[in-house]
Design a protein around this ligand. Structure first.
Ligand code: TYD
Length: 199
């Protein structure tokens, strides 16, 4: 089973992923935890460049680097994990590109989906877990943290990204959770959904 975690910066998805990994361990299910950008060895180099505040990227190179990272990640980590019957827990996947690069790329959602299908050999997650939180609340949570290049794009950008997520979350393989819930409540809701899907 392939599960991707999505939401704006500061929504709490990485904490949820960690808590669900603990649930899987207690249920004796093997899993892989991974993330985008990053995950593969090339991916960690790409991540450094994509998130560096020193880097000015054209929208085209930003998009292509996220796609290159994903393509390598699918080949090196996600597909092998699935082939070994592991639950793959992935912090961000295609939906992040559809939400974050949608406006800057100037490409239609269909074109962006097509490029992602090309990069991944059409590998879709079984489930997207989306944590919805307002950009203002997420910003308050992140107040003490340093911004990377994407986070430095500011509040208006995070609001646009959230709006794209809300549209995407209408699709059938999405579970939307309220980011104002406690970490335990979020984990319980996600876990009962995952249990209903696990073979
Ligand atoms: P993330 O690892 O969630 O950030 P952090 O480690 O700071 O919690 O994601 C890194 C950033 O990359 C985040 O701002 C979202 C952005 N991103 C895109 O813009 N497009 C993409 O396709 C992906 C995977 C991430």
């Amino acid at each position: 089973m392939f599960i991707a975690f999505e939401g704006i910066d500061g929504c709490g998805k990485s904490t949820l992923l960690e808590n669900l990994a603990l649930k899987l361990s207690s249920a004796s299910r093997s899993y892989v935890k991974t993330r985008e950008p990053g995950g593969s060895s090339l991916g960690s180099l790409i991540r450094t460049e994509l998130l560096s505040l020193k880097r000015t990227l054209t929208p085209q190179s930003e998009l292509l680097l996220f796609l290159a990272d994903r393509s390598q990640h699918v080949l090196e980590l996600i597909r092998p994990g699935l082939a070994q019957n592991k639950v793959v827990l992935c912090d961000r996947y295609i939906a992040s590109t559809l939400a974050y690069q949608r406006n800057s790329s100037g490409l239609s959602p269909d074109k962006l989906k097509e490029l992602n299908q090309w990069a991944t050999g059409e590998l879709e997650p079984d489930l997207y877990i989306y944590i919805d939180l307002s950009a203002e609340q997420a910003q308050r949570r992140r107040a003490q943290m340093e911004n990377d290049r994407m986070e430095a794009k500011g509040l208006a950008f995070q609001k646009e990204v959230r709006q794209h997520y809300l549209d995407l979350a209408q699709e059938k393989n999405w579970l939307s959770l309220d980011g104002q819930l406690s970490p335990t409540e979020l984990c319980d809701q996600a876990w009962s959904h995952i249990q209903s899907m696990l073979p």
